[in-house]
Design a binder for this molecule. Structure first.
Ligand code: BV8
Ligand code: ZN
Length: 253
């Protein structure tokens, strides 16, 4: 249901007009209206007995490779069926209007790219980049879209074409470091920007959640778009309560 009464505060509208360097920092909430479950809601069926944070770990993959690979294949099937929503499209449009804009996402889907965003940094990797869990060689997916694993089906991960070890999802699990180049690019952008928009993230996962704080410390305007309160509420200059697909397009108005 579109909420026509979301006023964009005049000070935010003018910050957006004047901004020369913008960072758009996104989490799973920006893909919610594309039908992609947010990280915590992605645990249904067999997986519901797991905590996402427990499943998104190297330990879980070592002990239950078929449950973890099945979970990611289910999520990948969702992404392949999904389309970018109005928020992704508005962010891509914003990039065309602002001298410099970079999307720094925690998401492992490719909806920003499919909506037309040209500068996207993935802090937590991608569902579309499986690699060998041992020799790291990138691996092609089994032909075509994954057979739709009904929720909770175990799927044995493929074996690496090079060394035979199990293939893993190309994502950053809890306890793993973020890709250095992605993280350095994100930190530099946060420290140079005039405006950072934090959209659809619970601001709980570190080090990603440091970015809005770095932007604030560097004197940028920080605005948050989220239907629920997060730890960032206390520090953001603007907190716009609501769904990304409703509010982000209004930033363009
Ligand atoms: C690291 C990829 C260290 C995988 C993800 C104790 C023990 C061990 C580690 C730690 C610890 N304490 C802290 C840590 C560090 C840990 C961490 O931060 N833990 C937290 C949870 C306490 N971090 C790490 O382990 C990171 N690595 O620290 O390395 C290190 C250092 C040196 C050397 C070696 C190691 C790695 C973190 C990356 C984990 N991988 N994703 C996958 O996707 O499966 S994080 C994962 O969770 C997602 O990426 C997502 O960003 C994040 C949170 O999930 P969600 O809540 O679903 O999503 P999001 O946060 O985006 O929230 C959804 C939001 O959307 C909500 O606010 C909701 O209100 C909103 N929303 C809903 N609908 C809408 C909406 N918004 C707008 N519109 C809507 N319609
Ligand atoms: Zn290998």
């Amino acid at each position: 249901m579109k909420n026509p009464h979301h006023d964009i505060p005049a000070t935010l509208a003018s910050a957006l007009q004047e901004a020369r360097r913008v960072v758009v920092f996104t989490g799973a909430g920006v893909s919610a209206e594309s039908g992609i479950a947010t990280f915590r809601d992605a645990l249904t069926g067999l997986w519901s007995r797991f905590d996402a944070q427990a499943l998104a770990t190297p330990e879980a993959f070592r002990s239950h490779p078929d449950i973890v690979w099945g979970w990611y294949e289910w999520r990948r099937a969702q992404v392949l069926r999904a389309a970018p929503n109005a928020a992704h499209r508005a962010i891509a449009e914003l990039e065309r209007r602002v001298p410099e804009l970079i999307v720094v996402t925690q998401n492992v889907d490719d909806l920003h790219e499919r909506a037309g965003s040209a500068h996207v940094v993935h802090l937590h990797g991608s569902l579309h980049a499986p690699r060998c869990s041992s020799c790291g060689t990138p691996q092609p997916f089994p032909e075509g879209a994954p057979s739709e694993p009904e929720e909770g089906r175990r799927i044995a991960p493929p074996a690496c074409a090079r060394c035979g070890a199990p293939v893993r999802p190309g994502v950053v699990w809890f306890g793993e470091s973020l890709p250095a180049d992605a993280w350095n690019t994100a930190i530099r952008a946060a420290e140079r920007c005039d405006l950072l928009l934090s959209i659809g993230t619970s601001a709980l996962v570190y080090p990603a959640a440091e970015l809005p704080q770095r932007a604030l410390a560097a004197g940028a305007v920080v605005a948050q778009i989220n239907p629920a309160a997060t730890p960032l509420d206390a520090r953001a200059h603007h907190n716009l309560r609501g769904a990304a697909a409703d509010i982000v397009p209004e930033l363009l108005a």
